[in-house]
Write a protein that binds this ligand. Structure first.
Ligand SMILES: Nc1ncnc2c1ncn2[C@@H]1O[C@H](COP(=O)(O)OP(=O)(O)OP(=O)(O)O)[C@@H](O)[C@H]1O
Ligand SMILES: [Mg+2]
Length: 359
């Protein structure tokens, strides 16, 4: 077992009687891209600030290669930071902004010059060295901030919603840059966002925060395909929840009765249920099919609406339970035979792709 590079141990942060972060523990291997994802107020920034040294935790510890960082002041932790409000120095040129952390460390001129060139090439701003921040677009400013944070080769880079002020296209461009920089430098990155798509796109692992605790930590696939709770299932990707009654569970596979009276077997769950307990069955929109497949469950529905979304068709149906669900079939024919507005029919899903949670 290799020791963790960065170790966050039972970090707790209270503000008066309010607990903002409850004993969060995470081991981060060197070179990992770890994202803190979660709703507003769930404790993502507070946890990051404890690592950065902006705020001491109320209890717990943060260790880098087995040494506690708590007694090390923030500016000596050797951690690069790109925060949304941690802005550039407006009176310094792009080149001098990037050079700043090196000048503070008293590095020789020749080295500083070379670093400026290397960093501006890395973020593709070679031709902007003499500009001032006020004459740059938002995305260009973010890239300069990234270059400045990376200039002194920090082993860890912390980013708190660095792209949230940018439009979608620019955000995607810089996401691609961040991925490339991560690949090329091998820097360990802790990244905060409340955008699940951004988290899925960027991260090796995602820690999903809820009310100051980590609800689940794992790869995007883990959280998407094996959500530990309804909260995770609802936060990552699109989900439909069908009211269900639990009948029995054996070996992690449950049998339930749905509102239309149909009985569905082979549904995954990680929790214990009583017979007759009210539950919710989660089925991803793309897990539905319009034609029956082997071992598929059928759901009686009424078609409410259909719409094209370029690469796929989205169908809104009403179930016997009265709720509307979102159906985006991927596998079978694009043209749903016999499905049109105001018609009745059936949609199908593989029970092994569905999850059962307590109601
Ligand atoms: N200095 C403070 N004093 C009192 N409460 C605070 C302080 N800083 C943060 N909190 C509270 O701690 C909780 C967690 O805040 P935090 O900033 O970590 O959330 P977040 O997950 O980063 O949210 P967002 O996505 O909105 O940035 C919030 O309820 C917040 O109001
Ligand atoms: Mg925050």
């Amino acid at each position: 077992m290799t020791r963790p590079f960065l170790s966050i141990r039972a970090v707790r942060k209270t503000f008066g009687a309010f607990v903002a972060v409850h004993d969060v523990t995470i081991d981060v291997p060197k070179g990992e891209f770890l994202t803190f994802l979660g709703p507003s107020g769930s404790g993502k920034s507070t946890t990051l600030y404890a690592i950065a040294g902006f705020q001491d935790p109320s209890s717990g510890d943060v260790l880098l290669e087995d040494k506690s960082l708590l007694s090390v002041p923030s500016h000596k932790r050797n951690i690069g930071m790109v925060f949304q409000r941690y802005t550039l120095f407006p009176h310094l040129s792009v080149a001098e902004n990037v050079a700043f952390p090196l000048r503070v460390r008293g590095r020789p001129d020749a080295e500083v010059k070379k670093k400026i060139a290397d960093m501006l090439a890395l973020v593709r701003l070679e031709n902007f060295a003499g500009r001032y921040p006020g004459a740059l677009s938002g995305g260009q400013q973010q890239r300069v901030a990234l270059a400045r944070a990376l200039a002194y080769d920090p082993p860890i880079l912390l980013m708190d919603e660095p792209l949230s002020a940018l439009d979608k296209k620019l955000r995607q461009e810089i996401q691609a840059e961040i991925r490339r920089i991560h690949r090329e430098t091998g820097v360990t990155i802790l990244y905060v966002t409340h955008d699940q798509e951004e988290a899925l796109h960027l991260s090796d692992r995602i820690a999903l925060f809820k009310e100051g605790r980590i609800e689940q930590i794992g790869t995007g696939e883990d959280l998407y395909l094996r959500p530990a709770s309804e909260f995770v299932a609802g936060f990552i990707g699109n989900s439909n929840f069908l009211p269900a009654e639990h009948l029995e569970t054996a070996n992690g596979a449950s049998t339930v009765r749905l509102a239309d009276g149909s009985v569905v077997s082979g549904v995954k769950t990680t929790q214990a249920f009583d017979r007759g307990q009210k539950a919710r069955l989660m089925v991803r929109p793309e897990a539905f099919r319009l034609t029956p497949g082997p071992a598929c469950a059928a759901l009686a529905v009424e078609i409410v609406d259909t719409a094209f979304f370029g690469d796929r068709k989205r169908i809104v149906v009403r179930t016997a339970g009265g709720g509307e669900i979102d159906v985006r079939p991927t596998s079978d024919a694009a043209e749903p035979a016999g499905i049109d507005a105001a018609s009745r029919g059936q949609v199908f899903f593989d029970p092994a792709s569905a999850f059962l949670f307590p109601a």
